[in-house]
Ligand binder design. Structure first.
Ligand SMILES: NC(=O)C1=CN([C@@H]2O[C@H](COP(=O)(O)OP(=O)(O)OC[C@H]3O[C@@H](n4cnc5c(N)ncnc54)[C@H](O)[C@@H]3O)[C@@H](O)[C@H]2O)C=CC1
Ligand SMILES: N[C@@H](CC=O)C(=O)O
Ligand code: NA
Length: 451
C-alpha cells in the first residue's frame, strides 16, 4: 500500500478593493463586506479586503468607520495604487471622474466593477473592449435592476437560448412613485421626495422620472440578450412625469394599473429589415398581469428564451442593501476567476467584436391597444371632433370615458381605450387633432400591456 500525503494548498492572498463613492451604494457595500466577511471569504476562496476609498467629503458622518482604509481625495488616483486589485466605481455620471477612473483602472490592469448604468450605456462598448485587450474583467450586475441577478441570469443561466423578447420594470423610483400614488392617492412630488430620501433615486431624479435610467438599463440588457452593440440613443423613451393622479384613477376604474415598462425585441419591421425594437414608456397593465403586482422599488424582468420559455427575475431594484449585494457578487466572481483569463471576455456574454450593430426597429407597425387621455375644453362638439379623428385614422374605440367635472385647471378629462390597431394609426389620429383649440394639453398615449 502506497501512502500519499497531501500538502495543504497555500492560503490565497486577499483580493484588495478600492471603493470610489461612499453614498447609498458605497456605504451599503462596506456594511455588507464587514457583516458577511467570513462567508464571503469561504465562497470567494480568499478574503475580500477594502484597502482604499474616495468620496467628495472625508469627514461626513456615514455611520461607518473609515479609519482602516486609506483615503484618496482624487478618486481617479485609486486605480494606480499598488495595494489595489479591483476598482469599484459607485459614484455615478456617464462621463467625468467616474469614466476617468474606469479607464484608469483598466489601463492599470485592474478589474473594474461598477453600478453605473449611465456610464455603461454610453461607454460600455469601449470600456469592455479596452478590458478585453488588457485581459481584465469588467462587471456591472448592480447597474441593471439593482439586486436582481438579471445580468448573470441572461449571460449565464439563459446563455443557450435565442432571446425573443425582454420586458419589465427597470426603475425602482418610478415604480415606487406609481404604486404609492395608486395605493394612497398622494401627490407625485411628495412621493418622489420620499423615494429620494430612501436612496432609490439618481442624483438627478430627472433620469428616473423621464425614463432615461430605465433606458440605460434596457440598452445594456439588450446588448447581452440579443448580442447587439449597445444602442442607448435608439431607445424610444418616455417617462412618467406627465401622468396625472386622474390617469391612475381612470386606469384603476378600467381594471389596470400604470407601470413604467421597458421592452426590447428583435423585430423585422414592416419591410422585413431585421432590427431591434427598444422602448421605455408607461403602460397600462391589466390587474391580473404579474407586473401589476410589482410594487414599491421592486423591479421585475421577463426574459423569453426560445428553449427556456419565460423566465421571471424579480426583486429589489434600488436601495443600499440589494444594490450592494449585486456589487459584492461581482467582487466574489472576480476573486474566484480572475486568474483564469476567461472573465475578461464575458462582460456582454460574447466579446465586443462579435456584437452586431442592429438597426433600430420602428414602432408604427406594432399592433396593440392604447389608452389615450385628452384634456379638453368643456364645450359642445369636442367629443365629436375626437371621435371623428379616430374614425378618419382607422382607430376603432373600445371605450370612451368623459369625466363629468373639470379635473385639471378647468379642463375635462376624456379617456379612450382603443381596439387593437397599428400604433401608426393612433399617431395619425393625434396628428389630425394637432393644433385643435379644443385640446388644452398634448394628449397622453399609453400602450396597454398584452400577454
Ligand atoms: N441608489 C441605488 O439604489 C442605486 C444606484 N446605482 C448606481 O450606483 C451609483 C452610486 O449611486 P448612489 O450610491 O445612489 O449615489 P450617491 O449620490 O448616494 O453617492 C455617490 C457618491 O459618490 C461621491 N461622488 C460624487 N461625485 C464625486 C466626485 N466628483 N469625486 C468624488 N466622489 C464623488 C459622493 O460623494 C458620494 O459618496 C450610481 O451610478 C447609481 O446610478 C445603481 C443601482 C441602484
Ligand atoms: N434610480 C434607480 C436606482 C437603481 O438603479 C432606480 O430607481 O431604479
Ligand atoms: Na442586477
Amino acid at each position: 500500500m502506497v501512502e500519499t500525503t497531501q500538502a495543504a494548498s497555500p492560503a490565497k492572498q486577499p483580493l484588495r478593493i478600492a471603493l470610489a463613492g461612499l453614498g447609498t451604494v458605497g456605504v451599503g457595500v462596506i456594511k455588507l463586506i464587514e457583516a458577511n466577511a467570513g462567508l464571503i471569504a469561504r465562497r470567494a476562496g480568499r478574503p475580500i479586503m477594502i484597502t482604499a476609498v474616495s468620496a467628495r467629503s472625508r469627514g461626513r458622518d456615514r455611520g461607518i468607520d473609515l479609519a482602516s482604509y486609506a483615503w484618496e481625495d482624487d478618486m481617479t488616483a485609486l486605480a494606480a495604487r499598488p495595494d489595489v486589485d479591483v476598482v469599484v466605481e459607485l459614484v455615478g455620471g456617464s462621463d467625468g471622474p467616474a469614466l476617468v477612473l474606469a479607464r484608469n483602472a483598466i489601463a492599470q490592469g485592474k478589474a473594474l466593477i461598477t453600478a453605473n448604468k449611465a456610464m455603461i450605456a454610453h461607454h460600455g462598448m469601449a470600456l469592455a473592449q479596452a478590458a478585453e485587450q488588457k485581459g481584465v474583467a469588467i462587471r456591472f450586475e448592480a447597474a441593471v435592476a439593482g439586486g436582481i441577478p438579471v445580468i448573470k441570469g441572461l449571460r449565464e443561466g439563459a446563455a443557450a437560448n435565442r432571446v425573443e423578447r425582454i420586458f419589465g420594470i427597470l426603475n425602482g423610483t418610478c415604480n415606487y412613485i406609481l404604486s404609492t400614488m395608486e395605493d394612497t392617492g398622494r401627490d407625485f412630488a411628495e412621493v418622489l421626495a420620499e423615494a429620494q430620501a430612501k436612496g432609490y433615486a439618481e442624483a438627478d431624479p430627472t433620469f428616473d422620472i423621464e425614463g432615461i435610467d430605465a433606458a440605460h438599463k434596457l440598452s445594456i440588457l439588450s446588448a447581452i440578450a440579443f448580442g447587439a452593440k449597445i444602442d442607448f440613443a435608439s431607445v424610444d423613451t418616455q417617462g412618467i412625469s406627465r401622468i396625472l393622479a386622474a390617469d391612475i384613477a381612470q386606469a384603476d376604474a378600467l381594471g389596470y394599473c400604470i407601470r413604467l415598462i421597458g421592452t426590447a425585441e428583435a423585430d423585422a419591421g414592416p419591410d422585413g429589415t431585421p432590427g431591434l425594437f427598444q422602448r421605455v414608456a408607461p403602460h397600462l397593465v391589466p390587474v391580473d398581469n404579474l407586473l401589476a403586482h410589482v410594487d414599491g422599488p421592486t423591479n421585475a424582468v421577463v426574459v423569453e428564451g426560445n428553449f427556456s420559455g419565460r423566465l421571471l427575475f424579480q426583486g429589489a431594484g434600488a436601495g443600499d442593501g440589494p444594490t450592494a449585494s449585486a456589487v459584492v457578487a461581482d467582487i466574489i466572481d472576480i476573486a474566484r476567476g480572475m486568474d483564469t483569463g476567461f472573465e475578461a471576455d464575458m462582460a456582454f456574454s460574447i466579446p465586443v467584436d462579435g456584437l452586431e450593430a442592429m438597426a433600430p426597429a420602428p414602432s408604427g407597425h406594432r399592433i396593440g391597444r392604447s389608452y389615450i387621455r385628452f384634456l379638453v375644453a368643456d364645450r359642445p362638439g369636442v367629443l365629436a371632433e375626437i371621435t371623428a379623428a379616430m374614425r378618419d385614422a382607422g382607430v376603432s374605440i373600445e371605450s370612451l370615458i368623459q369625466k363629468g367635472q373639470a379635473t385639471q385647471g378647468g379642463a375635462v378629462l376624456v379617456a379612450i381605450v382603443t381596439h387593437e390597431v397599428a400604433e401608426a394609426a393612433v399617431t395619425e389620429a393625434l396628428r389630425l387633432l394637432d393644433g385643435s383649440p379644443s385640446l388644452v394639453a398634448q394628449p397622453l398615449v399609453m400602450q396597454i400591456l398584452g400577454n
